[in-house]
Design a protein around this ligand. Sequence first.
Ligand SMILES: NC(=O)c1ccc[n+]([C@@H]2O[C@H](COP(=O)([O-])OP(=O)(O)OC[C@H]3O[C@@H](n4cnc5c(N)ncnc54)[C@H](OP(=O)(O)O)[C@@H]3O)[C@@H](O)[C@H]2O)c1
Length: 293
Amino acid sequence: MRVFITGGTGLIGSAVVAELLGNGHTVLALARSDASALAAEAAGAEPLRGGLADLDVLRAGVAAADGVIHLAFANDFSSPEAVAKAVAEEGAALATLGEELIGSDRPLVTCSGTPFVPGRASTEADLVPTEGPVAGRGRAVTAVLGLAARGVRSTAVRLPRTVHNQGTGGFAGLLTVIARQTRVSGYPGDGAQRWPAVHALDAAVLFRLALEQAEPGTSWHAVADEGDPVRDIAAVIGRRLGVPAESVPAETYGPLGPIFAADQPATAVLTRQALGWEPKHPSLLEDLENIQP
Ligand SMILES: NC(=O)c1ccc[n+]([C@@H]2O[C@H](COP(=O)([O-])OP(=O)(O)OC[C@H]3O[C@@H](n4cnc5c(N)ncnc54)[C@H](OP(=O)(O)O)[C@@H]3O)[C@@H](O)[C@H]2O)c1
């Protein structure tokens, strides 16, 4: 398949590009800068110059492809305004990708987040949140899944709080960045809240399987570790950096504070059964041992 990908130069996207190329697909990668275009080319993809806000470029990318994978996101959590801007930009881009595919039966694989359900691990059958700081992302994904009724083989790969590679990435990666800055490996509350995780190389396999096999309108969980207590994550980060691990106020994490404080384990039982996905790369706690002081 010729696959158009957004975010193909990111932590997850670069693993997805390698996975696609290694399994007989070719890749057209959205690239918003010269550096990104060079990176895409070096990885073996053909770059398509433009950003998420260049809707005509997105349409051209879809027109040239047999399937689409969407991963680009600004990932700017510095303020509520920055989050809202990133969510709005992504929502418009995703809607454009979906509209261009209507009636074609071609696949559109978008990323989403694993939901959190009070008192138990979330499953593929639970709905993504439509309230909270990133609710707009949930609404955009839900709209794309609704295009299943209009001739789009739309599907969502829900990612856990940390998608990691070589000790970096996701929420655990943010904890590491903050720990380097503040010289404290912090966590909100008592740290008993659990976050799920997956290695980027394992998540990449699931994106490929969803592209190739998923039924329209379905959601999947790229979850390898169902939930590590955040204080265990912070303990490894603290030990690797030589700084103390301790509880800090949730406000330390700005707009992400309430999300960081929530217990949100998730499972991937249905995903493993239905798509034959079997994660095999290191767990988060193992991978964090790659952090260098
Ligand atoms: N890593 C995680 O733990 C995790 C967990 C849950 C969900 N996710 C989601 O998974 C997706 C990918 O995450 P990631 O960790 O791979 O992110 P990342 O490493 O920050 O990569 C982001 C990618 O998006 C591209 N991008 C950002 N803004 C863009 C724009 N305006 N126009 C065009 N391209 C743009 C970047 O391009 P450049 O190379 O040019 O910067 C890069 O390829 C995101 O939606 C993220 O929210 C990630």
